[in-house]
Each structure stands twice: as C-alpha cells, then as structure tokens.
Design a binder for this molecule. Structure first.
Ligand SMILES: [Fe+2]
Length: 282
C-alpha cells in the first residue's frame, strides 16, 4: 500500500512538472518582504488510501476531456457541480481559500502557479475510489442512527486549483461526512461509542506542488457555529489519530482546524467561507 501511495505521489510530481521547473524557481522569489505574522510551515499528514487514482474510479468525473491529464487533474475547483448535471452535490456548501506561500528564512513569499489538488468524501462520508468499499453503513456513535455511506452522483469528489499571481487559490466543496476507521463495540455495549472506535472527522485532503519545493500532502478540518453538527465534529477533531499525531505540535494541530463563517464582505452568498494559507518550505 505504501509503495502504491508513493508511486502515485511521484508520478503526480513528475506530471505537474514541479521537478523539472525547480531550477528556475529562484526567479520567483526576488525582493519580496511582506511583513506578515510569520507562520509555521504547514504540517504534513498522510495521503490516505483514497487519492484519486488513474484507472478505475468508482465513477469517472472528468470535466477536462484532455485525456493526457491524469484523472486527479482533469477537474475544476468547484466540486459542488459537474458539467452537464442539472443537480448539484448534496451537503453544506463551503469555500476554502487563501494563499500558497513559501517560507524563506523569516520571509513569506506568495507562490504563483502552485498546483493544488483537493479531494474529499461525499456528505455521507464515501470516497469516489475503488478502495473505499469497507463499512458501507455504520451506526452513529452518539445517536445510534444508521448512516449509509453513499456515492453522490452529482459531487465532483476532487478538484484542481492553480494559484494566481498573488499565490491565491480557492475551492468550492461540501462539508464531507465523518466515517469510521475502526468501530469498537466490545466491552458489553450494545452499539459503538465515541470512546471505543475511531471516526475520521470531516476533512479535506490536499496535495500541493510548486516548482523547486517538496510536494506538500496534508489535510484540513472544520469548525464554526454555522457548520452543521459543529459540537460533534469538535469531539471527533479532539480524538482523531491523524490530526492529533504526536509528530504535529499541539499549536499547529489547532491551526489545521479552519473556521468557516459567512463571507464578511458579502461577496460569497452561497456557502460559508474558510481561510487557510499553506506554507511550504524546503
Ligand atoms: Fe480521508
């Protein structure tokens, strides 16, 4: 499995040209001091088993019909709609936006032309990936309600955004469902509980490639009073084995939980907005 994941990453890295362009990257960094609060590099987290492979996805979602593009790169940055579909994805619509930055010493420099691939599960916690076949339904560990992890035929599942001249990116997606990694119902309980299982909180996966820098693979999490089931999501965030990895300092773990709120500028009216700046470093 690990070998497969690494092969995917490496192939992606080559396809995006990040390796080949590394030598000219230094021309992008000239003379830029931005006086921002210095941010730590974004922590790395696992790719996970559901990166959009080439080959045999559960159902193909390809908005760009240039078949030289791998499936992961053949889509736009709006995951809530698929070209030609009248319906849009089920679930709570959110935008995630910000910059991709390079930390160089004590400076943060925006990275234009960085390629971000984002993927996430459907509103009921199912990935569009042939490997996601386990546990098609499970019991909510607090309410006991049965949850069917279903494919949403109108959800795009993954998308791509390329940063503009100021390093800005934006995706539109839905809040994914939580899903079980391990369900525990031993110890005499009649149904699983939060304390004896492991449930991945709603999260977005990212793979970011920029010339001259190592590829960043990571995940972002959710919070906010307007996010449905926010309290429960925070319980999942508090217990997640990946977010709470001991390799990530506690303060940086909190930084990966993004707050979503109505757009203060009023420009975006069809979803909540979260802000996150990715910081890449050598
Ligand atoms: Fe995941």
């Amino acid at each position: 499995m690990n070998e497969t994941k690494e092969t995917v990453s490496r192939r992606h890295f080559i396809l995006t040209g990040a390796g080949a362009l590394g030598t000219i990257a230094s021309t992008w960094f000239t003379g830029s001091a931005f006086g921002r609060t210095l941010k730590s590099p974004t922590p790395r987290q696992t790719l996970g088993p559901f990166f959009p492979d080439d080959g045999d996805p559960v159902h193909e979602v390809r908005e760009n019909l240039d078949f030289r593009l791998p499936i992961s790169e053949a889509n736009d940055s709006d995951l809530t709609r698929i070209q030609g579909h009248a319906e849009s994805a089920r679930g709570q619509t959110v935008y995630i936006q910000g910059q991709v930055l390079n930390r160089r010493g004590d400076q943060l420099v925006p990275l234009p032309g960085a390629v971000l691939i984002m993927w996430n599960a459907s509103a009921s916690g199912r990935y569009n990936h042939r490997g996601d076949t386990e546990t098609p339904r499970f019991q909510h560990p607090v309410t006991g309600e049965w949850i069917d992890r279903e494919h949403d035929p109108h959800f795009q599942y993954w998308g791509r955004s390329i940063t503009d001249a100021q390093g800005n990116y934006r995706f539109k997606t839905i809040v994914p469902g939580f899903y079980p990694v391990r369900i525990g119902n031993e110890g005499g309980e009649d149904r699983p509980s939060l304390g004896n299982g492991w449930y991945r909180p709603p999260h977005l996966h990212f793979m970011i490639s920029a010339p001259g820098l190592p590829q960043l693979v990571t995940q972002l999490y959710f919070k906010g009073e307007h996010i449905a089931h926010n309290e429960f999501i925070q319980q999942l965030n508090a217990r997640d084995g990946i977010l709470r990895s001991e390799r990530i300092p506690e303060k940086e773990q909190e930084g990966l939980i993004v707050e979503y709120r109505p757009d203060p500028s009023g420009t975006i009216t069809d979803g909540l907005v979260g802000h996150y700046d990715f910081v890449l470093t050598l």
